[in-house]
Design a protein around this ligand. Structure first.
Ligand SMILES: Nc1ncnc2c1ncn2[C@@H]1O[C@H](COP(=O)(O)OP(=O)(O)OP(=O)(O)O)[C@@H](O)[C@H]1O
Length: 808
């Protein structure tokens, strides 16, 4: 650990140090301010510390787009502030709260602040909020902008600082009513940038950047690239599989070189100035989002003397993170990005070139604790001509179901009228609204249903959250949680590269296949592993990836913790209310479902419980149904989530035909044994309707994780499809197909002012200023809160009455 004096010296060397007084004066004078500073100038670690030192009573919240950044920065600042992590300085990320009542500076993910806003819309816990890495433009950051703008109408004393590493911040300033911009020039240590001399286009590099990354690492390790530079190496790749492969390839390359060195005769090595790289002197570490936390934090540990670290990372290491001693960055030039596919109504992951702004961020991971070099595997020309200047904001390229659910939860019915920094696509918004309606999270007037409120408790995608809510109701939550955990990690099935071993692997996997499909297969796999004491040997014997199963186990226990915490908070509420109100103020449904969760755990999968579990998932997958072609081995999506009301939502129209294929890894894959011949064609027996977890594109559109469905289970969904089909919905609090006529019909429930035409409804139709409009919207949101509270009280009373009746 650094000594106090050493830390003080480092702090004073940062460019932000000379701006302390200017920044504090600015904060005193202005309520909203943009702070733009080069990467490494000290924004994230120093500014919040200046604030808590200057304003002794203020509580500060700082958001980060990623968990690893929130945690590592909090740790560093606690160290600098000389306090225990969790005391005055702490952090909260999903599933991990490291704060206390004495915490004055809290780092958190932007998702956590959003969640807090759903429970405390005025965010009264904070006096100053800092949105860091605003240039990253994650969906959560963008939604926070809109929310905080609204919150400030009601709480003008709440100070807001937006921090960005790009200088192009005028847009943020415009959005926040021309607020001032403070610039902090300079960085800590110099970084030399080297571009590839190969002028091939990025399209060519795409198929070779993995091998090039590994050979560049070898080049750095074996050559004195820069005299005296023996810093660690950080390589940016795009995803987990690629990273694991790079780790293996590097290991092999090093071993190969070691062997070659030993083989060579002493005379040949005598004049060799380069020592061979030894595997023992190398720590090769992966870093990607789904890696277990303790493995992620391994990148921050210092290596023993004489040992070097090579980290292969996704872009989760791209912002805010300081990995001590990084001397070299290798930038592949690519990133895996979520992209919304309007054909399937879902997000897909695509490997695309990074933006120039991202390239600057990546280079900025060097030069933080020492001078550095950044090797870009692409040419300068590609940087200038093929890369976009900024990354397209996530909200403009991803599905919005989760975001819309959060907004609805905040009482914002008119999501299309929400004041986004960049308005998302109308089509994506409508698809999200339809999906939420189909799964019963909102009603046909766009109001949040009880189911939607319950979904919010589970920090997983809306469709999985919906499945868990149903499982809770049916009484199979334990099993459903396992399946959700397994679906939340990458494919656990291991297929060896050697063909002769592949048959053995397939055979081993087939033992766990469930006749209904992949969801129960995943459950079988997990339970069999559990039955063998979660052993490594079981995974090796049966060709499963231990790391993925361990991660699933971790997620399973985190989801259980949430359920248990909720159960105990319900218990507490019940106890309190029994003292206050005579023992009957509790939620019957919640109690019965929670007692089921902890008390029953059937050991074997009976047929009826298999059906119950599938029934629960069929509620979540309401917008992911597909039907088999009557004689071909392809499926068609039941395109309820993407059609317009007038295009025959419930029917499979020729315009909506997209042939979907079952993944060859699926338990339902139509192989020789399990298919039969009809009319000279091969078809799977009793396979008609299925639901799928996601669609991925290889050469064709492939459905991953599919299971058979009994259509009677989704009758409610089908009824909703009919309602959609007839256009009898106001999911945005207004008729959907005419965004310009945002004013609800008289008698239609709404709580917000019409906005998109910029005119106030009712008498006069005068143009209103932004601020008035916001105040109107905030008042309306207030009314909405009150109305919801009233409805909740009525509902609670109704439940109590019901329960009393059941108890009699
Ligand atoms: N964990 C750490 N160990 C050592 N030095 C650190 C650590 N964290 C930060 N620093 C030092 O503080 C400097 C500023 O970091 P900080 O994260 O505050 O910068 P920033 O301006 O927010 O940059 P970015 O936007 O790239 O995160 C780093 O360049 C580094 O010199």
């Amino acid at each position: 650990m650094s000594t106090n004096r050493e830390i003080k010296r480092q702090q004073e060397a940062l460019p932000i140090f000379d701006h302390r007084n200017g920044l504090i004066d600015g904060i005193k004078k202005y309520d909203v301010m943009i702070i733009a500073g080069e990467t490494g100038s000290g924004k994230t670690t120093q500014l919040p510390r200046f604030i808590i030192e200057e304003f002794r009573n203020m509580r500060v919240g700082v958001t980060q787009p990623r968990r690893i950044a929130a945690m590592s920065v909090a740790k560093r600042v606690a160290e600098e502030y000389d306090c225990r992590l969790g005391d005055r300085v702490g952090y909260t990320v999903r599933f991990d709260d490291n704060t206390s009542s004495g915490t004055r500076l809290k780092y958190m993910t932007d998702g956590i602040l959003l969640r807090e806003a759903t429970m405390d819309p005025l965010l009264e816990k904070y006096d100053i909020l800092i949105i860091d890495e605003a240039h990253e433009r994650t969906v959560e950051t963008d939604v926070l902008f809109g929310l905080l703008k609204r919150t400030r109408v009601k709480r003008p004393e709440l100070k807001l600082l937006i921090m960005s590493a790009t200088l192009d911040v005028a847009k943020f300033s415009d959005y926040f009513d021309d607020c001032p911009i403070y610039n902090i020039p300079g960085r800590t240590y110099p970084v030399e940038i080297l571009h590839s001399r190969d002028v091939s286009k990025l399209g060519v590099l795409k198929s070779g950047y993995l091998a090039k990354s590994v050979s560049t690492v070898m080049h750095i390790l074996t050559n004195e690239v820069h005299p005296g530079q023996v810093g660690d190496i950080l390589v940016f790749l795009t995803g987990q599989n690629e990273i694991e492969r790079a780790c293996q390839d590097l290991k092999k390359a090093v071993q190969e070189q070691e062997r070659a060195f030993r083989r060579s005769s002493p005379s040949a090595t005598a004049g060799n100035t380069h020592e061979p790289v030894l595997l023992d002197h190398l720590e090769i570490l992966p870093l990607y989002a789904s890696l277990e936390l303790q493995d992620q934090t391994a990148i921050f540990r210092s290596t023993p003397r004489g040992c070097r670290k090579v980290i292969f990372a996704t872009n989760i290491a791209q912002t805010s993170v300081t990995i001590p001693n990084i001397g070299f960055v290798i930038d592949s030039g690519f990133v895996k990005q979520k992209m919304y596919d309007p054909t399937t109504g879902m997000d897909g992951l695509l490997i695309v070139p990074i933006s120039r702004a991202a390239a600057v961020q990546r280079a900025g991971r060097a030069g933080r604790t020492r001078a550095g070099v950044c090797f870009r595997l692409y040419s300068r020309e590609s940087l200038e001509t093929e890369m976009e200047s900024e990354t397209v904001p996530e909200i403009k390229r991803t599905g919005l179901t989760g975001t819309v659910l959060s907004l609805k939860r905040l009482g914002i019915v008119d999501v299309a009228g929400f004041d986004f920094l960049d308005q998302p696509g109308q089509e994506e918004l409508m698809a999200a609204l339809r999906e939420l309606y189909l799964i019963g999270a909102i009603d046909q007037r766009g109001q949040m249903m009880d189911v939607g409120h319950r979904m919010v408790a589970y920090p997983v995608s809306p469709l999985l959250a919906r499945s868990l809510v149903e499982a809770e109701k049916i009484g199979c939550l334990d099993k459903a949680i396992i399946i959700v955990a397994m679906l939340s990690v990458d494919e656990p099935f291991y297929l060896p590269r050697k063909e002769e071993e592949q048959d053995a692997a397939r055979e081993a996997h087939a033992q766990y296949y469930h006749h209904s499909g992949d969801h129960l297969t995943l459950l079988n796999v997990f339970e069999a592993w559990k039955g063998d004491n979660y052993s490594k040997e079981w995974c090796q014997r049966n060709y499963f990836k231990l790391r993925h199963l361990r991660l699933a186990k971790n997620i399973q226990s985190q989801l259980h913790d949430i359920v248990d915490r909720r159960a105990s908070s319900n218990d507490t509420q019940r106890r309190h209310s029994s003292v206050r109100g005579g023992g009957d103020d509790h939620d019957g449904n919640e109690q019965s479902s929670n007692s089921r969760i902890t008390s029953t755990e059937p050991t074997s999968q009976s047929n009826s419980s298999s059906r119950s579990i599938l029934r629960a998932f069929s509620q979540g997958y309401g917008a992911h149904l597909s039907k088999k072609h009557y004689h071909r081995q392809i499926f068609y999506q039941y395109l309820a989530s993407t059609s317009t009301p007038s295009s025959g939502v419930g029917s499979i129209t020729s315009s909506s035909l997209l042939a979907l294929h079952i993944s060859p890894l699926s338990a339902l894959y139509l192989d020789e044994e399990r298919s039969e011949t009809k009319h000279g064609r091969k078809v799977a027996r009793d396979l008609e309707w299925i639901f799928y977890h996601e669609v991925v594109y290889h050469v064709k559109a492939v459905m991953r994780y599919v299971s058979k469905i009994d259509m009677r289970w989704v009758q409610d969904t089908l009824d909703r499809v009919k309602v959609l089909d007839q256009g009898q919905v106001w999911l945005n609090g207004q008729p959907l197909d005419d965004p310009s006529s945002v004013r609800p019909q008289s008698g239609e429930p709404t709580t917000e002012q019409p906005r998109s035409d910029g005119h106030q409804g009712g008498e006069g139709s005068t143009e209103v200023s932004n601020r008035t409009r916001e105040r109107g919207a905030a008042d309306a949101a207030d009314a909405q809160d009150k109305k919801r509270a009233r409805l909740e009280t009525i509902e609670a009373t109704r439940r109590r009455a019901l329960e009393r009746r059941q108890m009699v």
